[in-house]
Design a protein around this ligand. Sequence first.
Ligand SMILES: Cc1cc2nc3c(=O)[nH]c(=O)nc-3n(C[C@H](O)[C@H](O)[C@H](O)COP(=O)(O)O)c2cc1C
Length: 325
Amino acid sequence: MIDITTNYAGLALRNPIVVGSSGLTSAPEKIKEYEKVGAGAVVLKSLFEEQIEMQSASLLKESDFPEATDYIYEYLKSNQVNQYLELIKKAKAICTIPVIASVNCYRVDAWIDFAHQIELAGADAIELNVYYMDTGLTPGDETDHKVYVNIIRKVKETVSIPVIMKIGKSINNIPALVYLLKTNGADGVVLFNRLYQPDINIHTMQIVSGNVFSSHSDLSDTLRWTAIVSGKIPDIGIASSTGVHDWEDVVKCLLAGASAVQMVSAIYTHGPEIISQILVCMEEWMNQTKYYSLSQFQGALNYAHIKSPNMYERAQFMKYFSSRD
Ligand SMILES: Cc1cc2nc3c(=O)[nH]c(=O)nc-3n(C[C@H](O)[C@H](O)[C@H](O)COP(=O)(O)O)c2cc1C
């Protein structure tokens, strides 16, 4: 009997496949469907503070009463937050797999407020979708790390469910940030969020959206940082995310040290059934390689467990090209 259970950030999952935050997880019936095809957990679409702000700004433009600003903002906020809390409650009522809520805020008090309500609504954990891009001209300071640490600290003071931080890969010194997050209470990290990809239309001379979905080639960075972070900080739950498209990708992430993987683009492209197909293939591979539980191979090829950990470092890239004609 093969055991594919895993512990991710304090959550007991029946298997490591998590449906990532997106429109895929915006309705309770869809979430139930993922449970049926075998998902280990789901992350709900994010509750965006910015979206509430934008909607209230557009309503205000149409309003003849500028004094209604606070009223409109508060009304919209409570309406959207209530809808989100309802989604958590309904998903929890019909599913047995863990339901992880997700928020994206920019004011610290909003993170605290939303996190508190999300815990009360019954979410099993909270994923903080933090997006902070420092484009200032002062090099090398750790300002961005402080922003992340401040948020995790405040949210951990507020809730007792596991708190997971989802970060983008453009951040400076990823292991140092994860270590800081861990020492300030983070139960897990998602490596990585895939941010909006800007592109330029040279005919209309406009900035447009690039590929919304990831591709296989995006997995390389995910593997590299999963392996380095899990090798250096073994006691934090890591969900590898971005570029996980098939069963081999899942096995690779586990070998690199992930506790779980998150999938979005592949499910949009192939439908929910890809989850059950991946589970069958992964178990077949485990059978053939005589692994009877995930723990037998999780992290076996991470930074701490391979003879040449620099294989995961950038210098290797240069060596590769310099050895080619
Ligand atoms: C259509 C779409 C909507 C998304 N919405 C969210 C969201 O609300 N919150 C979030 O944290 N990530 C969101 N993401 C990012 C995904 O959760 C995930 O991090 C990213 O797509 C990389 O994973 P993948 O390679 O499996 O697609 C979205 C992605 C897509 C494609």
